[in-house]
Design a protein around this ligand. Structure first.
Ligand SMILES: [Zn+2]
Length: 87
C-alpha cells in the first residue's frame, strides 16, 4: 500500500501525510485547530510543522479553509506544535 501523500500548503512540496499536520476549522468553537487525529470533517489543509507559521503569516491558511481566520489565533494554535528549535 502506498501511504497517502498530501501537498504542504506552505512549500507546495509533497509529503507523506504522517509527516504533515492537518489544520481544520472547528465550527463549534469557531477557531482553527490542529486536527491531530484527522477526525474533523470539512475543509482542511496540510502543512509541514516548520512551514505552518510562515504560511499563517502569509494568510494562506484562511484561503485554504475558505473563511477569514484570525491570524493571531492560528499562530497561537501553531505555537502548540512545539517545533524543535528555529526552523
Ligand atoms: Zn512544507
Amino acid at each position: 500500500m502506498t501511504p497517502p501523500v498530501r501537498t504542504c500548503l506552505g512549500c507546495r512540496g509533497k509529503a507523506v501525510r504522517s509527516d504533515l499536520v492537518r489544520l481544520a476549522w472547528d465550527a463549534r468553537a469557531g477557531v482553527v485547530v490542529i486536527d491531530h487525529r484527522l477526525v474533523l470533517g470539512g475543509r482542511g489543509c496540510y502543512l509541514h510543522p516548520a512551514c505552518a507559521a510562515p504560511a499563517a503569516r502569509r494568510g494562506v491558511i484562511g484561503r485554504a479553509l475558505r473563511r477569514p481566520v484570525d491570524s493571531e489565533q492560528v499562530a497561537a494554535v501553531l505555537a502548540g506544535l512545539a517545533t524543535t528549535g528555529p526552523a
